[in-house]
Design a protein around this ligand. Structure first.
Ligand SMILES: CC(C)(COP(=O)(O)OP(=O)(O)OC[C@H]1O[C@@H](n2cnc3c(N)ncnc32)[C@H](O)[C@@H]1OP(=O)(O)O)[C@@H](O)C(=O)NCCC(=O)NCCS
Length: 236
């Protein structure tokens, strides 16, 4: 009798805070990354970017069983050719990753064989009516009217994780995506973009700690297993 075994995609999410100690890794940046690092005007943005690259090299190296110094990224933007797009791992096309930074959090999601998107949001403000109107459709606006005001950020993180998994980013209008209500388990309900089919998309909430909302999207209907860990200061 044949036995069909489910594929399980392992998703590893690594979190850290922007690391002052990451400065000693500036030399590990390639020339494109170094140019981006140098171009940031704000120290906080520069440190978040550098920490993202340190964390991404660490996470990918852990997955591949190699040294972080061996990992090279290609972040060529498919739209304009500049090196600010979604990074892919040179020489390991099966590995997929997604980076996100917000406030005092930097995260990376790593998996294999399936596109992944990660988004973290710092809940440091009240969502304005303009922002709510930009991001949420009628059903979702009605849902947040009766829930915790910070629920907006759960919607935002879930939708942005989905957009990032497709690689299209903000080109997909947020209002064209409908996700489950913040109190319900994360799920894509509907989307007008062909890349986002509820039958072949998995959405999960992640936990970067108090004051933050985060979500991970994976473009598969097969089972996924999410593991979240923190990279320690001493590792970097
Ligand atoms: C991807 C995007 C949604 C990021 O949003 P954000 O909330 O500002 O930032 P986050 O910290 O959550 O994510 C940023 C990371 O997303 C990744 N990223 C960039 N473009 C991406 C894309 N099209 N799809 C998925 N991920 C992308 C990068 O790794 C980036 O971090 P890095 O620059 O340090 O490597 C937004 O930048 C976007 O829509 N970009 C694509 C379209 C665009 O504006 N292109 C520029 C003109 S050609």
């Amino acid at each position: 009798m044949s036995h069909v075994q489910d594929v399980v995609f392992d998703i590893q999410v690594w979190w850290t805070r922007p690391l002052r100690s990451a400065v000693r890794h500036v030399g590990t940046l390639d020339s494109d990354e170094r140019a981006r690092f140098d171009a940031y005007r704000q120290d906080d943005d520069r440190l978040r970017f550098l920490t993202g690259r340190v964390l991404a090299r660490f996470a990918v190296a852990r997955r591949l069983g190699t040294d972080p110094a061996e990992i090279t990224f290609d972040a060529t933007c498919p739209d304009c050719g500049k090196p600010h797009g979604r990074p892919r791992v040179v020489g390991a096309g099966n590995v997929a990753l997604s980076l996100s930074h917000s406030g005092d959090r930097v995260g990376v999601a790593v998996t294999g064989g399936v596109p992944v998107g990660l988004d973290v949001e710092y809940v440091n403000r009240r969502a304005t009516d303009d922002l709510i109107g930009y991001a949420l459709n009628d059903t979702e606006r009605a849902a947040i009217a009766t829930s915790d005001p910070d629920a907006f950020f759960t919607y935002w993180a879930r939708k942005e994780a989905l957009m990032k998994a497709t690689g299209h980013g903000m080109k997909i209008p947020l209002r064209s995506i409908t996700v489950s209500a913040p109190g319900d388990h994360a799920r894509l309900v509907a989307a007008s973009d062909a890349a986002l089919d509820p039958a072949t998309t998995t959405l999960l909430d992640a936990d970067p700690g108090d004051g933050y909302r985060a979500a991970v999207a994976v473009l598969t209907g097969d089972p996924v297993r999410l593991t979240e860990r923190w990279m320690s200061n001493t590792t970097a």
